[in-house]
Ligand binder design. Sequence first.
Ligand SMILES: *Cc1c(COP(=O)(O)O)cnc(C)c1O
Length: 457
Amino acid sequence: MRTIIEPFRIKSVEPIYFNTKEERQYILETADYNPFLIHSTDVIIDLLTDSGTSAMSSNQWAGIMQGDESYAGSPSFFRFQETIQQITGMPLVIPTHQGRASEKILFSILGGKGKYIVSNTLFDTTRANIEFSGAEGVDLLCKEGKHPSIPAPFKGNMDVEALKNFVAEKGAENIPLCMITVTNNSGGGQPVSMQNIKDVKEICVANGIPLFIDACRFAENSYFIKTREKGYENVSVREIAKELFSYADGCTMSAKKDAFANIGGFLAMYNEDLALQCRNLLVITEGFPTYGGLAGRDLEAIAIGLNEVLDENYLQYRIRSIEYLANKLIEAGVPIMQPAGGHAVYLDAKEFLSHIPVEQYPGQALVGALYLEGGIRSVEIGSLMFGKYDNDGNLIPAALELVRLAIPRRVYTQSHIDYVAEIIIEVFKNKTAIKGLKIIEEAQMLRHFTAKLKPIQ
Ligand SMILES: *Cc1c(COP(=O)(O)O)cnc(C)c1O
């Protein structure tokens, strides 16, 4: 097979600033071992997130110039609305400034004390918004999804049996929503199969529970269905996406992911009543329903991006480029989540740094080591992000200790990725020198964004 090339040419570039290991040592200490507190100009390759970091196309930039900034009824909104209606089939479209704003609105209405929101795996902001409403978020991930090193085609699937049992135990009346995250960001960027969505939908229908899709990476998930699920080989990704959405009653989306936009999001649904309540909250927190916290130019960029992401040459390159990095690491014996996710490679930190106990945050220690060695910024998805404390103040660890290397869309070339692999392999060879960390300061919610840590000597 021939090399799959980047399906674009570069029209505009940004410089990368290089620094030395000594400088990075100082920067890491000053940032209290938290990658969110490092300045981006001090980072050589930034794999902190694929969110809002995409390179926009020349068409999107042209759309930016065409944005109509009218307060109400802008044609940019109608293009945005029509695009989302075409892709999702959902008639009611509500723009928001990003994904979590959609979540905040949705769960302010559907959440509340005594309620349970069930999911394959809730993303951190989704879980935080659910918990902030007083409700409880429940992850019912399939068994394959819990074993990082064992490959399976759809490790993002929901555990259908566990869902049935949970509904029977808690009562459907206490479950206002089931939410499937595609792809499963917190669970390794793993896809969900169409069959799983259908099976979950059946249980939801039988119990009168609405099903929403967290659609941030709907195109990447649809491409995985095309290449891995029987019967979809010859179906276009656009049609697969349409089918996927057809089983849902609504969706939330961060346009900072598969829409190639630097900001934006939306809610879409069928239920007029729910949409009315959402819009009522929208006007007090985000803005008038035809712009919802966005500028007209953002609405244009999103509408164009949503069509571009369904280009199968792009998706082939995208999925292959992640797999390329994953394969290099697997060959070198580095423990990673397998198979590769759709937007990121996840290092298995528990295995990588097996000499560091989970109470000393091996994932965060690895994040620091990658920065120190090569200026690579990554993020811990483990007990710093999801850990809780029991009544005695002991850590209840997360199920997995992962380090996510999220690849921004259309930003880095193959040689950047080769460099990333070299650094990780070098860190892996010298791993025993890496020390665990302890938290010296933390916030109540989403603590990983601001927590301060220190190496344990
Ligand atoms: C990023 C993300 C969100 C939240 O979106 P923001 O735009 O960052 O607020 C929700 N769910 C998933 C799966 C995500 O990846």
